[in-house]
Write a protein that binds this ligand. Structure first.
Ligand SMILES: NC(=O)c1ccc[n+]([C@@H]2O[C@H](COP(=O)([O-])OP(=O)(O)OC[C@H]3O[C@@H](n4cnc5c(N)ncnc54)[C@H](O)[C@@H]3O)[C@@H](O)[C@H]2O)c1
Length: 414
């Protein structure tokens, strides 16, 4: 039996994958509504349709009770690792889960951490919490780290087809973890230490953050120079080697990219090392929503309208296309900035019916387009028809380059 702690974007698809491979799975969560929903066959994660849970009802169940982990062969921890208000790692969830698993861990079990964190977390935080059981890691139970690389909404690379990295505390720990993941993953890649596995995940995300910051800065420069940034990127991307395409946009969102670099920077500073690429990328990406709000302001100004009193419709408020996740979404920052300047902001998003942070609900698209002074394309959901949007709106500001095939006087692009 396999236990999964934390049934969110990472934990639920993992629990489902093990159950689909024929294993008995118990999922632990602290949210009673999630537990109740899952046991009634209702999924709260878009990548896992409720219909996928039905055939698994015999093998997959959710509970609030950590004691149920006692009969598991392996326990995988997938709890959140966010930032505190001062943008430092917030290990509250991880420590709570570690303490709870430490209360039930049994001899012979394998415990794996999947939550993204700085190198050293598994050894320095989780291991002591588990050893409060009186058992010794690497001797009485096995311990490993295996980063989750899931990209919600993606269908070409999934859990089974994306190579799975892992590092164990000892060789025996590594072998146990390899056996576990070979049950559901086509390719398991073993690293020599826990820390190398932890850092590999951060490298992947910092790599994206730095490159996105670079093209966002390029977009700001192109704005000054009067050059079309999309044309330049399209051109550079024709090079068949030595160039990897990244697109500019309204800023970075989601649970990972705006958060993970700070985990690495935190660890680096503990060692009196100041990682400048990471900090600079964070700074540029965080400034991008303000630049986009300014572009909307300038576009309205061209029409002789101030932001104050103008009706601005934001299209797409989730942090990326095709999903309803609004965590750290730049759309929220743009909406707040325009709202502060007196703009009457509304939004349409087929994946986000309510936005409690802004006390708004998604408006009807046709009515919203007809009733706006400006429409900002922030998140290009696959459902959007840009020809219709541009035809119906009085002014369109496109931060995603999705209207490049269209030519209209009232169309402004990043
Ligand atoms: N979402 C992604 O795309 C993604 C991708 C790769 C890695 N990660 C990493 O995976 C980890 C989990 O992220 P997520 O997106 O699945 O988070 P999430 O918020 O979607 O889910 C976390 C779940 O853990 C539960 N939880 C919190 N504390 C708990 C506890 N003490 N015991 C049991 N359950 C608890 C929450 O109720 C929630 O259901 C994070 O470290 C994240 O950085 C996320």
């Amino acid at each position: 039996m396999i236990g999964v702690v934390g049934l969110g974007y990472v934990g639920l698809p993992l629990a489902v994958a093990f159950a689909e491979a024929g294993h008995e799975v118990v999922g632990i969560d602290v949210d009673p509504a999630r537990v109740e929903g899952l046991n009634a066959g209702r999924s709260h994660i878009e990548d896992v349709p409720s219909s996928a849970l039905e055939p698994l009802a015999e093998r997959l169940r959710a509970t609030l009770d950590y004691e149920e982990l006692a009969s598991c062969d392996a326990i995988v921890i997938c709890v959140p690792t966010p930032l505190t208000n001062s943008r430092e790692p917030d290990l509250t969830y991880l420590n709570a889960a570690g303490a709870a698993v430490g209360g039930v861990v049994r001899e012979g079990q394998l415990v794996v951490l999947e939550s993204t964190s700085y190198p050293g977390t598994t050894r320095e935080q989780l291991l002591p919490a588990l050893e409060r059981s009186g058992l010794t890691a690497g001797e009485d139970f096995h311990l490993a780290f295996s980063p989750e690389r899931i990209d919600p909404g993606r269908t070409d690379y999934t859990l089974p087809t994306t190579p799975k990295l892992l590092g164990g505390l000892t060789e025996a720990c590594t072998e146990r973890a390899r056996e576990l993941y070979e049950l559901i993953c086509d390719d398991v890649v073993v690293l020599s230490t826990l820390e190398a596995a932890e850092l590999s995940k951060l490298l992947e995300n910092v790599f994206r953050s730095v490159n996105i910051a670079f093209v966002n800065e390029l977009a700001q420069l192109c704005d000054r120079l009067g050059i079309d940034v999309w044309e330049v990127i399209d051109a550079a991307a024709t090079k068949p080697f030595g160039f990897m395409r990244f697109d500019p946009g309204p800023g970075m969102g989601g649970h990972c990219l705006p958060v993970d670099p700070f985990y690495l920077a935190f660890k680096a500073k503990e060692h009196e090392f100041y990682p400048e690429f990471i900090e600079l990328a964070g700074k540029v990406n965080q400034a991008q929503p303000a630049f986009c709000a300014e572009l909307i302001e300038r576009a309205l100004n061209e029409e002789g309208k101030p932001v104050s009193g103008s009706r601005i419709l934001i299209l797409g408020v989730s942090y990326k296309p095709g999903v309803g996740d609004t965590r750290e979404s730049p759309a929220l920052k743009i909406a707040r900035l325009l709202g502060k300047r007196g703009g009457e902001v509304s939004y349409h998003d087929p994946h986000v019916p309510e936005l409690p942070e802004l006390e708004l609900s998604s408006t009807d698209l046709e009515a919203g387009l007809a009733d706006s002074d400006a429409v900002a394309i922030v998140t290009p959901h696959p459902e959007f028809d840009y020809e219709r949007i541009v035809a119906a709106a009085p002014l369109v500001v496109d931060f995603r380059g999705v209207t490049r095939h269209l030519d209209a006087a009232h169309l402004v692009r990043l």
